[in-house]
Design a protein around this ligand. Sequence first.
Ligand code: ASP
Length: 454
Amino acid sequence: MIVMKFGGTSVEDARAMNNVIDIIKREQARQPIVVISAIAGATNTLLKAASMSLEGQLDEAHARLNRLLERHVTIAENLIDDRATIQQLIMSFKRRFEELKNLCQGIALLGEHTTRSLDAIASVGERLSSLILAEALEQRGIPVELVDARSFIITSDQFTAATPLLEHIEVKIKEILPPIVQSGKIPVTQGFIGSTLKGVTSTLGRGGSDYTASIIGSTLGAQEIQIWTDVDGVLTADPRIVPQAQTLEVISFREASELAYFGAKVLHPSTILPAVEKKIPVIVLNSKKPDRGGTRIIANPPHSALSVKSIASKKGITVINIQSSRMLMAYGFLEMIFSIFNKYKTPVDLVSTSEVAVSLTIDNPTHLEQIVIELETAADVSVLTEKAIICAIGESLRSTGGVANRIFRALGDINVLMISQGASEINMSLVIEEEDIDEAVRRLHAEFFERKSA
Ligand code: ASP
């Protein structure tokens, strides 16, 4: 048994849905369970309609909903031949959109929306996309059963970011999904959505479909979980900076987690944790190019000959240098510094310390001014903006000598402002000027991936 999850861009139009159907067909013998996202942009549109209703722009909210309804109708019409089935689908869509308009009306009248109503609205995206896909598979002669994820993804009532209640989920999943698979049908279900113990619709938070797939796969001990997106997997660098970047065949969960900070547009590692803990491989694949192998993310991959697996970068970094002679041989200084960042809910990313100074980076400068004012009561503070982080990531980094030397040699005349070797020892991060970042990524990529000795 395998789990196949298709993201929004994989089902954005009839053509994409057709690709998905072909991909599912190829895997039919492996007893797939299919998890699907809303069509690309649908969740955003639904939530936007809710916020416009709140601001009293009900007409504009309705216009957006109508356009979304049209997109679903177009997909159904271009995907399915049977007229009666199309009519039935359109009727179901219209019913859902009537409900949506009522919910929006309620928000406009009350002048408030609850997180509970937002989840009711957002859930419609997945409910519609799954309806279309299940119908289209059926029409192609593939036996399927549409299963409402709200019958087994039982969650807390923290609407918009509900916690899955795994002990309840396990019972339900085992009760509902295996009999369908054993009867020779493919269960098609929605990612992202669930329901509380009282049966109220909830969601697992944005991007939550990967989480649904991972929960199903780990509960049923799937052979693998396929996450179908619109990228080839995890690459050796950002292809917009390095066009010759290559897809990595396998990476560790820890490498994937490090890369996620740098916005690797693949998946959020915490969502695949249930699968990784059960040692179920998660494979990231491109539904637009299904014959590419993708990237396998596994708990403990075999030792790699590559000392560095990927070069990641992030712009918009602010460096804060904090200097105080009071720090010398004293304790409690770091705690004092971090309590200020905590107070302003500002995550600190890189930290580098000496006896009398601490340098750290943040990527969200919203509260920078207040933070600096408070830090200045205890230390000398200087702030450097428009910096960037470049990071070499790889499990073998800690066991391979000379990597730092190669990094600095390759960077050549590019000025390094701060160095931090992560506690995990699988990344080495450097802060440089933002304007140098693309060139730095190209130089490191050339050093580690484009030379024979790499
Ligand atoms: N449709 C939801 C979102 O856009 C969940 C998902 O696609 O994973 O966040």
